[in-house]
Design a protein around this ligand. Structure first.
Ligand code: MRU
Length: 349
């Protein structure tokens, strides 16, 4: 794993390395302390990066899986053309299951794998088609974020204060983010929103990532610990909640970062609109409802520690699901790249 420090302002969370032979990501575990990029060329390195949240956020891990598989295919075509099919199929299986909840990962990996099934063509040609497909997924993600920003902006206006949970910004996608996309879109039009960002225990995506990227973009941001949401809502400070999603079931139930459900309950109690913003690659019509979404369980040590410093007895029992499900009934609208959807939700293939 090669690492290189980057000082430029415009560093996307995930992309092809310039020569196309590696998956290049911002190592988000180093933020906010350092902006470091990694170039990943091995399957083990890619899986480790996804599982340890060096690259994270549903759209970003989808793009990472797509680019990762394409990079491995190009190398397999050169180094082991005779076993090309077996190599890419097993690499796809491993990448697809690196994290279970965000449907974008399996969706993107399967798209790149399917693109490589070109009857009779030599491996080098098939690998090139897979690389083109991964590039399309990357470009589509950028475009979908822009569309979410435009549609989401119709629900908001400058001067409002919004609350967000986890990080569904640029760091979570190849583009300008999902939940934060309208914030950036309105900023570009000279309309500034204030963002209250939940810290998001246990891994602090809100504190480490959302606060970092919003500050860097010149957007006023106020950091909260997760337990402060009810209080700021009662104080009348919050005009709307904007969150992303890892998977949206056919009936509109939304799996997103643990804690999202609680924010939705509180928003309903206080009469605050609760908006979910996600690309169509996060819609999963084949999952009927939230009860069928696989929820990733993570290491107890993430809860027993903060940034690897012990904050609890070493052996204490821990509950650590990475995601929860917000029932569709609590979702005021779902904003995708195709428009704004209101209940009742019914997504079809
Ligand atoms: O565990 P993470 O950090 O990958 O979880 C990310 C989230 O829950 C995001 O809200 C979701 O993926 C949407 S990102 C546009």
């Amino acid at each position: 794993v090669a690492s290189l420090s980057v000082l430029t302002a415009a560093t996307p969370a995930v992309r092809f390395a310039a020569d196309g032979t590696a998956l290049q990501i911002i190592d988000q575990t180093c933020l906010p302390g350092a902006l470091v990029e990694l170039q990943l060329t091995t399957l083990a390195g890619m899986v480790e990066a996804i599982q340890s949240l060096r690259v994270r956020g549903a759209p970003a891990i989808g793009v990472a899986g797509a680019i990762g598989l394409a990079v491995l295919a190009v190398r397999a075509a050169v180094e082991q053309p005779a076993t090309f099919d077996a190599t890419i199929t097993s690499a796809a299986d491993v990448l697809r299951s690196a994290r279970p909840t965000a449907v974008n990962l399996a969706w993107a990996v399967d798209r790149v794998l399917a693109a490589g099934v070109v009857g009779g063509a030599p491996p080098a040609v098939r690998a090139q088609v897979m690389q083109d497909e991964a590039e399309s997924i990357l470009q589509e993600d950028i475009a979908m974020c822009a569309q979410i920003g435009a549609f989401g902006a119709t629900l908001l206006r400058g001067g409002m204060t919004v609350l967000t949970h986890c990080n569904a910004g640029a760091l979570a996608t190849a583009g300008i983010g999902t939940a934060l996309a309208p914030v950036y879109t309105l900023k570009a039009r000279g309309e500034v929103l204030r963002v209250y960002a939940n810290e998001t225990r246990p891994l602090l995506q809100g504190a480490r990532l959302t606060a970092w990227e919003l500050e860097r973009a010149g957007i006023p941001v106020t950091l909260l610990t997760d337990g402060m949401v009810a209080s700021v809502m009662r104080d009348g400070v919050i005009d709307a909640v904007l969150v992303g999603a890892d998977r949206i079931a056919a009936n509109g139930d939304v799996a997103n970062k643990i804690g999202t459900y609680g924010v939705a309950v509180l928003a309903r109690h206080h009469g605050i609109p609760f908006y979910v913003l996600a690309p169509t690659s996060t819609l999963d019509p084949s999952t009927a409802d939230g009860a069928s979404v696989p929820i990733e369980m993570r290491s107890p040590d993430e809860v027993r520690t903060v940034q690897r410093v012990a904050t609890a007895p070493a052996g204490v029992a821990v509950y650590n699901p990475a995601f929860d499900v917000t029932p569709a009934a609590l979702v005021s609208a779902i904003v995708t790249d195709r428009g704004v959807w209101y209940p009742p939700y019914h997504f079809t293939a």
